[in-house]
Design a protein around this ligand. Structure first.
Ligand code: UDP
Length: 405
């Protein structure tokens, strides 16, 4: 099938760890690679954010990345991109009407991509599948006035859910949120993200660590909602162990990063500064080394639409202690592959970490179950296969009469 992925801010070619580059980039890259490996013709459309980018770049994983001119050819914060989505959609329409390649299905990632995709789909008669990756309602609930999303995000997300040919939710929690927003359950299919089981495996090189000192690893963009402050506070309840934080700006820029500075100051005031280490952004291909070096992966977000990092750790055979939120309630099986704790509760997190570090047999059991669960339920090949079935279904029922001249 000819498949157009739209991922306006999250390029599959981006370096991860920065403020707007994380799970969506990985998801689009891995999904496109898996679909290409299954014989599909995949093009990923992302915003051109540098002047020197060629229009089309062939990924070594067998799909094309097309850089769409929409707004300035420079980095623009995700929350400031809405005014450029009309231009994004118009460019797609021109391209698909005039060119030699028109998709049979469009899969939009994030709500702003959905707006451009819906417009282009209507104008060219191509069905649209939507994956939100994150929802404005959830963000508003947790971030309140600090939420910098465009004011109309939630109403756009609702309209999208009621207009696209299919919504692909990533976890059960998201289904509940969408239903409460007014999106019909019949429009949804739940298909979780996958994990790269070749990259993330128990055997392989691991980063060095201090002998005799347990390592707790936590990974993610250095943003408040990822809960790194809770992890740092929890370290006061976990004597001796070290905490390694992967993500954020490249190591050389950590000194000037405001959130990294806050974390360091907090570690100082909690008396754990000598046991908390920030390493900055790590290239995707080196992530396995970090997971394999850890005794426990901790993920303590306030909310999490899906959460790839716990799954990557599980695939490496690392037990996970996570907050019981969003997608983590599906991936981490409490008491089987890890432990779930309440969000924003450093004491509960610290006690869970300490108890698990003190119990080698339970860690061993969790590690095996985590690895087995990742293999059985979360391979990208299976995710891609299930999505391809959805693409087939929407393409089969899509009526060409919807084409607008
Ligand atoms: N990641 C990475 N390098 C880093 C930090 C993160 O490659 O320095 C990757 C990580 O392996 C995962 C993704 O970024 O694939 C983060 O996805 P997740 O769903 O955990 O969080 P999000 O960023 O989407 O909120």
């Amino acid at each position: 099938m000819r498949i157009a992925m739209i991922s306006e801010h999250a390029s599959p070619l981006a370096i991860l760890g920065g403020e707007d580059a994380g799970g969506q980039n990985t998801h689009v890259a891995e999904l496109s690679a898996a679909l290409a490996a299954a014989g599909h013709d995949v093009r990923v459309y992302t915003r051109r954010d540098a002047v020197d980018l060629p229009v089309t770049v062939r990924s070594p994983d067998g799909y094309d990345v097309v850089h769409v001119p929409a707004g300035p050819a420079e980095p623009v914060a995700k929350d400031a991109l809405l005014p450029h989505m009309r231009q994004f959609g118009a460019w797609l329409i021109d391209r698909w009407r005039g060119g030699d390649w028109t998709p049979e299905v469009i899969h939009a990632h994030f709500w702003m991509s959905g707006l451009a995709a819906l417009e282009a789909g209507r104008r060219t008669g191509v069905p649209v599948v939507q994956t939100y990756h994150a929802l404005g309602t959830v963000k508003r609930r947790h971030q309140g006035v600090q939420d910098t999303s465009p004011a109309r995000r939630i109403s756009y997300e609702r309209q999208l859910g009621c207009s696209v040919d299919r919504v692909v939710a990533q976890c059960r929690d998201e289904v509940g949120e969408l239903v409460r927003m007014g999106v019909p359950r019949s429009a949804m299919t739940v298909i979780p993200s996958g994990v790269n089981l070749a990259t993330f495996a128990p055997l392989g090189p691991a980063t060095e660590r201090e002998p005799g000192r347990a390592r707790i690893l936590t990974v993610g963009r250095l943003v408040e909602r990822k809960g790194f402050q809770t992890v740092v506070r929890a370290m006061a309840h976990v004597p001796e162990a070290e905490c390694v934080v992967v993500g954020g700006p490249p190591a050389g820029l950590l000194e000037t990063d405001p959130y990294a500075r806050r974390l360091r100051a907090l570690a100082g005031s909690c008396g754990v500064a000598d046991r908390v280490r920030l390493v900055g952004a790590v290239p995707r291909e080196e992530m396995g080394r970090w997971y394999r070096s850890a005794d426990i992966l901790v993920a303590a977000p306030w909310y999490e639409p899906f959460g790839l990092t716990p799954l990557e750790a599980m695939a490496c055979g690392v037990p996970v202690v996570a907050t019981a939120v969003g997608g983590l309630r599906d991936t981490v099986v409490d008491g089987v592959t890890g432990d779930l704790v309440p969000a924003r509760d450093p004491r509960a997190l610290g006690e869970a970490l300490r108890a698990l570090l003190d119990d080698r047999i339970r860690r061993f059991a969790y590690a095996g179950a985590a690895r087995a669960r990742a293999r059985r339920h979360y391979s990208w090949a299976v995710t891609a296969q299930r999505l391809a079935e959805v693409y087939d279904e929407v393409a089969a029922v899509h009526r060409p009469t919807r084409v607008v001249a």
